[in-house]
Design a protein around this ligand. Structure first.
Ligand code: FBP
Length: 303
């Protein structure tokens, strides 16, 4: 299995040092990452915290990230600027620099800027996160906005993690946001535009939706490991992180996580699947995922 190869950033010491912290000093290490993203209060509303009400408190999330042995937490600016200081240096931060609510219709999405790379540096973040809605009717605006973030990130030496999310009405016409066609394409676009890391959802193969995808995607059915391997291939060497999506059972989540890593992902970025569980259960599950990653890495190293 893969791990982040820092030699790719040999000429950019700022990015390399921060990626070293994220992928070698914290979390499972050895090139692998385990991230806890909690921007759902903005993206989906506080209803996402109702299954486990204490999770609405960012201090709770930071304690969970520390005890769960994560590589980093991911927050929006308002939360990071009020809650991160007591944890700075103890658990890395990824600052999400754009975001939106899910209240307007999802047919023409764009995620506007909510903070800057300079904010991220001041807060002590080790990377910034940017949601790119590939295929949206507003994609041209999104590309220009991303260009600005990518240039600032290069100037400050911060890695950019792109949430490569195919979205909008045209994507739905071609098989939907979870189709292999759309996710593979979004990962490639993120690589083409200069992402340092790419975050994707696991492709789904729903026959009625797939039928709307271009050939050969209309008839390609893969398991999780094979599907992630395809996305990793499309990403042209840019390391891939896999999202969790809505909450599923422990064993299903572990199976999906294992298959994703075996498919070549360098890490996991699970939000609801962790914080919607009661604290002790979330810590236990995080430790199981951590151990699974260490075991796979060790097995891989022997090959
Ligand atoms: P989950 O693991 O809970 O899916 O979180 C990952 C994430 O990318 C969050 O950062 C973000 O809030 C959310 O998913 C966006 O999901 P969607 O685009 O499906 O609304």
């Amino acid at each position: 299995m893969a791990g982040v190869d820092l030699s790719r950033w040999a000429g950019v010491p700022g990015k390399k040092a921060r990626l070293y912290r994220l992928f070698y000093q914290f979390g499972p290490g050895d090139g692998l990452g385990m991230f806890l993203p909690v921007d759902h209060g903005l993206e989906h509303g506080p209803g996402d915290f109702l299954p486990n009400p204490p999770s609405a408190d960012p201090d709770y999330i930071l304690r969970l990230a520390l005890e769960g042995r994560y590589s980093a937490v991911v927050f929006q600016y308002g939360i990071a600027s009020r809650y991160y200081a007591p944890f700075a240096g103890r658990i890395p931060l990824v600052l999400k620099v754009n975001g939106k609510t899910n209240i307007p219709p999802a047919d023409e999405p764009i995620s506007p800027l909510t903070s800057t790379v300079e904010d991220a540096v001041r807060l002590g973040a080790d990377a910034v996160g940017y949601t790119l809605y590939v295929g949206s009717p507003r994609q041209d605006e999104d590309f220009r906005q991303f260009l600005q973030v990518r240039r600032e990130a290069e100037r400050f030496g911060l890695p950019v993690i792109v949430w490569a999310y195919p979205r909008g009405r045209y994507v739905e016409e071609k098989g939907g946001r979870d189709s292999l066609y759309a996710i593979e394409y979004a990962a490639r676009v993120a690589a083409e535009l200069g992402a340092d890391l790419i975050k994707v959802n696991v492709p789904e193969f729903v026959p009625e939706k797939m039928a709307r995808s271009p050939k050969p995607y209309d008839s390609t059915v893969l398991d999780v490991k094979e599907a992630i391997a395809r996305v990793v291939w499309a990403a042209a060497g840019v390391p891939v992180l896999v999202s969790g999506g809505s909450k599923i059972g422990d064993e299903d989540l572990l199976a999906r996580a294992t298959a994703s890593l075996e498919g070549g992902a360098v890490g996991l970025i699970f939000g609801r699947n962790i914080f919607q569980r009661p604290y002790d259960e979330a810590v236990r599950l995080s430790h199981r995922i951590f151990e699974m990653m260490r075991t796979l890495r060790t097995a891989g190293a022997k090959v």
